[in-house]
Each structure stands twice: as C-alpha cells, then as structure tokens.
Design a protein around this ligand. Sequence first.
Ligand SMILES: [Zn+2]
Length: 204
Amino acid sequence: MKNTTKAFLFLIPIASFLFISSKPLEPKKINIVIDASHGGNDYGVISNSITEKQIVEQVTNKIKSLNSNVVIHLTRSDDTFLSYEERTDFINKLKPDLVLSLHVNSSLNNKTSGLEFYVAKETEFFEKSNEIAQRLHDKFSKDTNLKLSGIKTGPFYILKRSEVPAVIVELGYLTNENDKKYLIDDKEQNKIAKSISEFISEMK
Ligand SMILES: [Zn+2]
C-alpha cells in the first residue's frame, strides 16, 4: 500500500469522528406522564352510571392520540386498578419532566363547579409544580369559559411521592349538572385534551 493511501485510511476515522462531534445535539425530548386516576374496582366519583375513572381514562387517551412533540407515558390506558405506590414507582423509574394526574371532583354542594389544580407543599418540587400549575391554569382560562378556582395545595400521595414536578388537575364536578354535561361530552373532552396537549407541547 502506498504511503498516501495509508495516510488516507488513517484519516478516515478522524474524519468520521469530526463529523460525529460536529453534528448538532438533538434537542432533549420532553417526557410527560399523564396519570388517569382510579380504575378497575376503584370508580372514583360516581353519578348515576357515570364514573370518574371512565372520564379521566377517556380524556387521557384523547391526549395520547393527539400529536404533540413530547413523549407521553400513561400509567394506565384501560380500566386497570393501580395503587398509588405502583403509579409513583412507574413515575420515579421514568423520571419524566412532569406528571399530570387527572381527576373529577365531587361536592355535597351541587352548586360547586369548575376546574381546580393541586400541588403539594411537602416536596422539593413544590415551586416548579406551582409554576406549571399556574401556567396550565392560564392556558385553560384562555381556552375555556369554565370556572377556574386557582391553584390549591394538598398533601396528595402522587404529588408528595413523585420525585418530579406533579400537578393534579380536577377537571370539574360530577356533582354539578353543568360540569357533568361537559365532562361526559365527547367534544368538550376533545377540547380539554387539546388544551393539555398544546400546553405540554410548549414545555421546554
Ligand atoms: Zn379522583
């Protein structure tokens, strides 16, 4: 082999190395866990034959089916019961950028209505969760005419034990007739899913 060829072959690995190292870094993919609460024998709030577990499962699957530029992971996509520990184990192994846990509310007062957001003070992710909850609240206030009750705090297991920012979204009150109407309406569920999908798509 000629010396020039040898030199050329020697340069190939260097050239490929330079090529690889000069390649721009892929932007980091955002990972989001959407947690459909309850499931299986745990129905959550029940009003006649309408159940919380079913509403949150429907909305969750709608979010998953929408195209977003984030990676969406679901704790459950069917009618399976998962304990709080199983949910947080899944979350803490995955270490997503955010957990949104979806619920439906109930009250003894049938006039109580609207969306609510919960974060837990008992975690180092309180501030970050609170900031995200505020932005999600603002997103819903632009997208819907639904009543919004601001950000609340509560020592909920999934919020306290998730080692990442986490927000509970109470989508409305099944005990309020108006809320119930939109919660079970396919088009309204699509709108909720769209708002959440757009919100997580804009996350950095
Ligand atoms: Zn619930």
